[in-house]
Write a protein that binds this ligand. Structure first.
Ligand code: VGL
Ligand code: ZN
Length: 203
């Protein structure tokens, strides 16, 4: 449901997650027209941007002998090692050229600390270090978020779980999301979101 106190949260619709990017999500770019159309229905539109230093510890390239998509243990828990992606200021880190960024009230950058990854728009991967988005939403009296973007089974799901934990009403419009689907991660993300009370719309 869309009300004065609803925000649209658009997760990581960046070139890197679209065909041609280093961490391309199948059909990633297809979410853009739907997301642009949804923006008109919301009191607030917030974009997130994955934004890593070139030597970010989530990159397999920083751990000699490891392969992309393997998992290591970091002080804050398990961490998937990714191909280098969304390096600050790079073309891959830019928003998809067709995304209507003019409509955004706020852009949240995340993953900028070398030693910790940040999938969620609310907290880094220690589930404790805040990005500041919660305070922004509360200051604007937002109590409900609709989440869309890339990737459904990582940054969208982590954001949805955190939003639910913080007490926001949360829905995810799966028609405006696409997944990486690494080793069953999509099924696990869907189950986790449902268990947390997230409304999964359109699939
Ligand atoms: C993402 C992996 C690494 C995402 C970001 O946006 O889902 N996934 N960094
Ligand atoms: Zn990343």
């Amino acid at each position: 449901m869309v009300t004065d106190t609803s925000a649209l949260l658009v997760i990581d619709v960046q070139n890197e997650f679209c065909p041609g990017g280093a961490l391309a999500v199948h059909d990633g770019g297809l979410v853009v027209p739907r997301i642009n159309a949804l923006m008109a229905d919301f009191a607030a539109v917030i974009l997130t941007q994955d934004w890593h230093p070139a030597n970010h510890t989530s990159f397999a390239s920083q751990h000699p002998g490891t392969d992309p998509f393997s998992v290591i243990t970091m002080p804050y828990g398990p961490q998937v090692l990714w191909p280098d992606h969304c390096v600050q200021g790079s073309a891959g880190a830019a928003f998809h050229p067709a995304l209507d960024t003019d409509r955004a009230d706020l852009i949240v950058r995340k993953g900028f600390r070398r030693q910790i990854d940040s999938y969620s728009a609310f907290f880094e991967n220690d589930h404790a270090t805040p990005t500041g988005l919660e305070g922004y939403l509360r200051a604007r009296h937002i109590d409900e978020v609709v989440i869309v973007g890339l990737a459904l089974d990582f940054c969208v799901a982590f954001s949805a779980l955190d939003a639910a934990r913080l007490g926001f009403g949360v829905s995810v419009d799966a028609r405006a999301c696409r997944a990486i689907d690494l080793d069953g991660s999509l099924a696990a993300a869907r189950a986790g979101m449902r268990a947390a009370g997230v409304a999964l719309v359109g699939g």
